[in-house]
Design a protein around this ligand. Structure first.
Ligand SMILES: Nc1ncnc2c1ncn2[C@@H]1O[C@H](COP(=O)(O)OP(=O)(O)OP(=O)(O)O)[C@@H](O)[C@H]1O
Length: 294
């Protein structure tokens, strides 16, 4: 599927089709990903094309196993692209080897936050060391790195007194906010957020979603991966829908929610009672599922 135009927020720079190609922070073209070898080789992504402009928030949704995380991992160099093209901030990275990917990740141009913050945070490093480490690796003096870390901690509404604690000594919600602060310290062009609120209770979910809203307003580009259309719809400029490894729909968030085109997107919208047009009755959902052969 080809990229479509993006919704332009009044508080953001122009995005989507208004962004010249070389200004996009992330450009993915015809991405195929296979896992396994020989008879076990299986294609998980089929020709996925997506572009994220500066300051834009792209919501990537789909059911479990549809390939959302694989997409996020591929653009971070953590899953193998078997064909297609990946360009990060104008840098052609498709053919990068392991070491080049590691260097790119270390530069912090693209950052990531996962569902389980312990995947983003080293359990043996204090919050301060976790935040300072990416900057020190870039050669930033520790004192300056700590000043920047404190400022990013404030951006996620955490107090300085957490700095000396280990990830195991703070709550799950605080850990996820530390993971977001860690992603921010390198001043990335974009952050890939893979189910960032799915493991949180309702209060923490709302708080992290609010923080993501603020980052979006401040112009940080986000790729928000989730199975939950309800969480994504309130933040995303554009929504892309993956179904069985294929992009089946993409468009401005409002359009996707109010007039979904693909039968699977209709099912997602109908299954999200908080969305306008949602709350289909059980029979209607069953009918849509039958259409999908689920
Ligand atoms: N390292 C791997 N090796 C082999 N198969 C994998 C690997 N990682 C994922 N898969 C398979 O690829 C498919 C897509 O997985 P992926 O995690 O990308 O889906 P997802 O949409 O993110 O699902 P979820 O919402 O459950 O996280 C699944 O069938 C999964 O079992």
């Amino acid at each position: 599927m080809t990229e479509t135009t993006a919704a332009v927020r009044p508080d953001a720079r122009p995005v989507g089709s208004d962004v010249p190609r070389d200004e996009s922070v992330l450009q993915v073209r015809d991405l195929d990903v296979h896992y396994g070898r020989g008879r076990r080789r299986r294609q998980v992504l089929h020709g996925v094309s997506l572009t994220v402009g500066p300051g834009e928030t792209l919501g990537l949704i789909g059911e479990t196993g549809s390939g959302k995380s694989t997409f996020g991992r591929a653009v971070l160099g953590l899953a193998p692209a078997s064909s297609g093209r990946i360009v990060v901030s104008g840098e052609e990275v498709t053919a990068y080897g392991r070491r080049q990917w590691r260097t790119l990740r270390r530069r912090g141009v693209l950052q990531s936050v996962f569902q389980d913050p312990l995947r983003s945070l080293d359990p043996d490093l204090t919050v301060a060391d976790s935040l300072v480490e990416p900057l020190v690796l870039q050669g930033v003096p520790r004192a300056e790195a700590l000043t920047r870390a404190r400022s990013d901690l404030a951006r996620v509404r955490l107090e300085d007194d957490l700095l000396d604690r280990l990830p195991g000594e703070i709550s799950g919600g605080q850990r996820q906010r530390v993971a977001v602060a860690r992603a921010l310290v390198t001043d990335p062009s974009a952050i890939i957020l893979d189910e960032p609120v799915s493991a949180l209770d309702a209060a923490n979910r709302v708080q992290v979603l609010r923080i993501l809203q603020e980052l979006r307003s401040a112009g940080v580009a986000l790729v928000f991966i989730s199975h939950d259309l309800g969480s994504v719809a309130g933040i995303a400029d554009r929504i892309a829908v993956l179904y069985q490894g294929r992009l089946v729909e993409e468009g401005p968030a409002r359009t996707v929610v109010t007039s979904p085109q693909h039968v699977y997107t209709r099912l997602l919208v109908r299954s999200a009672p908080t969305l306008r047009g949602g709350a289909a009755d059980r029979a209607e959902r069953a009918e849509l599922r039958a259409l999908l052969g689920a």
